[in-house]
Design a protein around this ligand. Structure first.
Ligand code: CP
Length: 325
């Protein structure tokens, strides 16, 4: 019999087969699909493990030696795909990487068939990016041995991006609790904004979501984050300004880039409304000159390259925790 999980929150310690005597602060998650519902101590555990991984730098480790990690990217990606590849390689795993165009998905094979094929090939962890909201949630119940990590699903979640963003904020500012993070851009279509809203809330940060009215979720609907279309007030007092591009591949109507840039582009002048020295972040892909001016993207306040670099230790940490190594 197979079990279909329709919501990630159904993944409980009982579902994961965790003995009841296991202490509550021991990593038990078999899959990571979203950060909504993930506990503060779990995020702490990933961030602490990532710090250890970062200290290893280029040293090879063998925590996943002999294990197979399959990176399945059915949507384009540069950062997530390459950093998952590097992370798994540095842990000594055997890494299989596939994209839609080069696989039997292009011949119409279903996502479930694809995942079951990878599991049959021995994949211990499957890292999945695809375009449908919450699609992985309905599939994990069909996997018997493999774990699944969501590397971005539609507009819903991109948990490892939010984890590396939190790691970067803590690295640069020394804390997450009490930090005011303003996320600006096309919020409604952003899985990064959703995962950050939930992850940052769990870590005690204050999140403001800012963008045009038609690109905002309901106020408070994303883990309590406040929303506003008023950029100046959103930037006022921000410790971190996280900039997002227009996710045009998920729009049903054409959005005018020029008018979006005129009202919401983060320029040096607008950035001065935030706290002095506020950290500027962007998950990428970065469209310099649209949502962010070059003078900001390439300024000392920008942590964009740190985010990319930190993707490797954070993903190493998560792979190691999921594999129980
Ligand atoms: N942040 C992010 O997901 O970037 P990629 O699409 O390049 O992986």
């Amino acid at each position: 019999m197979t079990t279909t999980l329709t919501n990630h929150s159904i993944e409980t310690r009982e579902h994961a087969g965790v003995p009841s005597a296991t202490p509550s602060n021991v990593w038990w998650r078999r899959h990571l699909l979203d950060l909504e519902g993930v506990q503060t101590w779990e995020i702490e555990q990933v961030l602490e493990r990532a710090q250890q991984m970062q200290r290893l730098r280029m040293e090879p480790t063998f925590l996943l030696q002999g294990r197979v990690v399959a990176n399945v990217f059915l949507e384009p990606s540069t950062r997530t795909r390459l950093s998952f590849d590097l992370a798994a390689q540095r842990l000594g795993a055997h890494v299989l990487t596939m994209s839609a165009a080069e696989s039997s998905v292009a011949k119409g094979e279903s996502l479930l068939e694809t995942l079951l094929t990878l599991e049959a090939l021995g994949a211990r962890i499957i890292v999945l990016r695809q375009s449908e909201d919450a699609a992985p949630d309905g599939l994990v119940g069909q996997l018997t041995t493999a774990s699944l990590i969501n590397a971005g699903d539609g507009c819903r979640g991109h948990p490892t991006q939010a984890l590396l963003d939190m790691f970067t904020i803590r690295e640069r500012l020394g804390r997450l609790a009490g930090v005011r993070v303003t996320i600006v851009g096309d919020i409604r279509h952003s899985r990064v904004a959703h995962s950050n809203a939930c992850g940052l809330a769990a870590m005690g940060a204050q999140v403001v979501l800012c963008g045009p009215d038609d690109l905002l979720p309901e106020d408070g609907a994303w883990c309590g984050a406040r929303t506003t279309s008023h950029l100046e007030s959103a930037l006022d007092g921000a410790d971190v300004v996280m900039v997002l591009r227009l996710q045009e591949e998920r729009h049903h109507e054409t959005v005018n880039r020029a008018s979006f840039a005129e009202k919401y582009q983060i320029t040096a002048e607008r950035l001065r409304l935030a706290r002095p020295g506020a950290l500027v972040m962007h998950p990428g892909p970065v469209l310099v000159g649209v949502e962010i001016a070059a003078e900001v993207a390439y300024s000392p306040q920008s942590a964009i390259r740190d985010q990319v670099r930190n993707g490797v230790p954070v993903r190493m940490a998560l792979l190691a925790l999921i594999a129980n190594t």
